[in-house]
Ligand binder design. Structure first.
Ligand code: NDP
Length: 330
């Protein structure tokens, strides 16, 4: 069985020499454990943070050990009550072909109810991030004008569509290619979208939202955040979900220059971590599951084949190669 190890901590953009794909023995489960043959691995932006030693909300990856991450697969051996051989589970033993996991860290999923990869994306952690961030953290309400960055990605594409389905007055998205921008408007039903590489964000946002915005869902940080602060109406709210524009920077990044707007317009800017919002999971799955079945909410995935391409898939997410959730199929 092959597994990915972190050999050294990247400075700036991760390089192939920071990692190794290593051959490891497949262990049999102990009492209370199951052995899973992974079918899909998740690669997520937050994993860049775990490659650094800096203290954060998740522990850094340990050097010379298998890296962890979301995965779904089939149970091939079980010594745990309630989980049988042939069951499919969502767990955290990713970046490898086989994983031994404790039963309490494995959640059974139904491959009949949804494609397995959906449990890593639209019905999984990124989906809940969109749902909780928009509805709870940003206190979205009907009639709000919503701007979301990273809008063609896993989280962003769902934020925009949930806002539309819940009665936003206007949904605006930004993304890094003209193809993505087209998708936002034509397939996901955004009212306006722009390619942030085509001109200053503040200028393009002003054009897309002439009456301003009430909510900004931030996946990007930097000039996107500054532009959004400038566009927010009275009592506007920002859900700070991610700042992917600075995950590979080596120098401190200057903050928005227009912070005084937070005061003048009584804005609320709040960071959040999806792990604090799992109480919303049942409600999220019910509501979003129904929208997917009815076709009102659409999603894409970018699928990379083979465990040997996991690192490349991860780097692809940081570069923007993906449309929707990036997964690796084994
Ligand atoms: P995505 O599917 O959105 O993939 C990341 C996207 O970011 C890329 O496709 C790329 O698209 C865009 N991007 C990369 N670099 C830049 C840049 N410099 N400026 C603007 N956009 C850039 O990933 P996720 O949906 O999984 O995650 C989206 C965000 O949400 C990330 O910031 C992530 O860290 C955060 N997150 C936070 C969670 C939390 O609990 N707070 C949980 C899950 C995710 P493009 O072509 O448009 O540039």
């Amino acid at each position: 069985s092959r597994e990915w190890h972190l050999l050294s901590r990247p400075e700036g953009w991760p390089k192939p020499e920071n990692f190794a794909l290593v051959e490891a023995e497949v262990k049999q489960p102990d009492e209370g454990q199951v052995l899973v043959r992974n079918e899909y691995l998740s690669v997520d932006p937050y994993m860049r943070g775990r490659m650094s030693a800096a203290k954060s909300y998740v522990e850094p990856f340990e050097l010379g050990k298998a890296m962890q991450g979301g995965a779904v697969g089939e149970v091939v051996a079980s010594r745990a009550e309630g989980i049988a051989v042939g069951d499919h589970v969502l767990h955290f033993g990713g970046w490898r072909e086989y994983a031994v996991v404790r039963a309490e860290n494995a959640v059974k999923v139904d491959p009949q109810a949804a494609p397995l990869s959906a449990y890593l994306g639209v019905l999984g952690m990124p989906g809940l991030t969109a749902y909780a961030g928009l509805l709870r953290v940003a206190s979205f309400k009907e009639g709000d004008a919503v701007f979301v960055s990273g809008a063609a990605g896993a989280v962003g594409s769902q934020v925009g569509q949930i806002a539309r389905l819940k009665g936003a007055s206007r949904v605006i998205g930004s993304a890094g290619s003209d193809e993505k921008v087209e998708l936002l408007v034509d397939e996901y039903g955004f009212d306006a979208a722009f390619n942030y590489k085509n001109g200053p964000v503040w200028q393009q946002l002003k054009q897309a939202a002439p009456d301003g915005i009430d909510v900004y869902f931030d996946n990007v940080g930097g000039d996107h955040l500054e532009a959004a602060i400038g566009a927010l109406n009275l009592r506007g709210r920002v859900a700070v979900c991610g700042m992917i524009s600075q995950y590979n920077t080596t120098e401190p990044v200057p903050g928005p220059r227009n912070m005084v707007k937070i005061l003048q317009n009584r804005l609320r800017v709040e960071g959040f971590i999806v792990g604090d919002h799992y109480d919303l999971q049942p409600q999220f799955v019910q509501e979003v599951g129904a929208w997917i079945r009815s076709g009102e909410l659409k999603y894409r995935e970018t699928v990379v084949e083979g465990v040997e391409n996991t690192l490349e898939a991860f780097l692809g997410v940081l570069r923007g190669d993906n449309i929707g959730k990036m997964v690796v199929r084994l």
